[in-house]
Design a protein around this ligand. Structure first.
Ligand SMILES: C[S@@+](CC[C@H](N)C(=O)[O-])C[C@H]1O[C@@H](n2cnc3c(N)ncnc32)[C@H](O)[C@@H]1O
Length: 235
C-alpha cells in the first residue's frame, strides 16, 4: 500500500482482476492493417468552431469528452455500454488517434468520435461553453522530471478551460497512478472552483477496475495503486 496523506482517494487494486489473457486485446496493432478514420475521425481543419454537437451526432444526447484517449479502450467500451450518450476522444498522438477512430468504426460506435488535437487548444477553440456533461482524464502523462512538469495537462491553468465547457452540475473525473502527479492534481482540483465529490467509476469499468482504460489494465498487472478525484461544476 502506498502511504499517502489522502488515502480516501487511493484505490488499491488487487481484487477481481481479470485474467491476464483478457487484459490486452489490440487487434490490428500487430498485423499492420490500414486504419480507416473517415467515418469516426474528425478533421480540425474542416470542423466548425464552435462544434455543434447536435449536428455532429444527429441527436441532442448529452456529450462526454475524454482527453488523452490513447488506444480508445475506454471510449469504445463506454460508447457501446451507453448508446444514449455521445462521446468524443481527444488525442494528441497521431497513431493513437487513427487507431481509435478505426476501432470506433469497426465496433459501430456511431455515438462516438475521435479527433487529433491538443486538448487545451481544442477545448478553447472548438467546444461551446456549458455543453459537456463529463470530462474524463485517465492516466494523463505524468512527465516525471521536474523540468517537464510544465507540460502536465492538469494544472491551475487548465481548470478554467474544463470549467467553461462543462454544464452546471457537470463532472471532471481524473485518475492517475503517479504519486507526484497525484499531489499536483489533488491540489489543483481542490484549489479550483469545482466542488470535490465522490469519484464514480464509469459504466463499463469491470469489477475491481476504476475506469477500464488500457493503461489501467496494464498497471493493474503491475500491482500499482490508483488515485482518483472528481469535481462537480456548481450549479
Ligand atoms: C498515458 S496515456 C493514457 C491513455 C488512456 N487514457 C489510458 O488510460 O489508457 C496519455 C495519453 O494522453 C495523450 N495526451 C497527452 N497530452 C495530451 C494533450 N495535451 N492533448 C491530447 N492528448 C494528450 C497522449 O498522447 C497519450 O496517448
Amino acid at each position: 500500500m502506498i502511504s499517502h496523506p489522502s488515502n480516501q482517494n487511493l484505490i488499491q487494486c488487487g481484487q477481481d482482476i481479470p485474467a491476464p489473457g483478457l487484459l490486452f486485446s489490440l487487434p490490428g496493432m500487430q498485423n499492420h492493417r490500414t486504419l480507416q478514420t473517415d467515418s469516426h475521425g474528425l478533421d480540425p481543419e474542416t470542423l466548425p468552431r464552435p462544434i455543434d454537437w447536435k449536428t455532429l451526432f444527429g441527436n441532442d444526447h448529452s456529450v462526454e469528452v475524454e482527453i488523452g484517449s490513447g488506444k480508445g479502450t475506454f471510449l469504445v467500451n463506454e460508447a457501446l455500454k451507453r448508446p444514449e450518450v455521445n462521446f468524443l476522444g481527444i488525442e494528441w498522438a497521431r497513431w493513437f488517434y487513427r487507431y481509435t477512430a478505426d476501432r470506433l468504426r469497426r465496433r459501430n460506435c456511431d455515438n462516438a468520435r475521435a479527433i487529433r488535437a491538443e486538448a487545451g487548444f481544442f477545448l478553447d477553440e472548438f467546444v461551446p461553453a456549458e455543453s459537456v456533461s463529463t470530462l474524463h482524464i485517465y492516466f494523463p502523462d505524468p512527465w516525471p522530471k521536474a523540468r517537464h512538469h510544465k507540460r502536465r495537462l492538469v494544472s491551475d491553468a487548465f481548470m478554467p478551460k474544463a470549467h467553461r465547457i462543462l454544464k452546471p452540475g457537470g463532472l471532471i473525473q481524473i485518475v492517475t497512478d503517479h504519486v507526484d502527479y497525484w499531489e499536483q492534481i489533488e491540489r489543483v482540483v481542490r484549489a479550483s472552483v469545482f466542488e470535490v465529490v465522490e469519484f464514480t467509476p464509469p459504466g463499463d469499468a469491470s469489477r475491481g477496475e476504476v475506469v477500464g482504460s488500457n493503461f489501467e489494465r496494464k498497471f493493474i498487472e503491475e500491482g500499482r495503486a490508483f488515485y482518483a478525484i472528481a469535481g462537480r461544476k456548481r450549479s
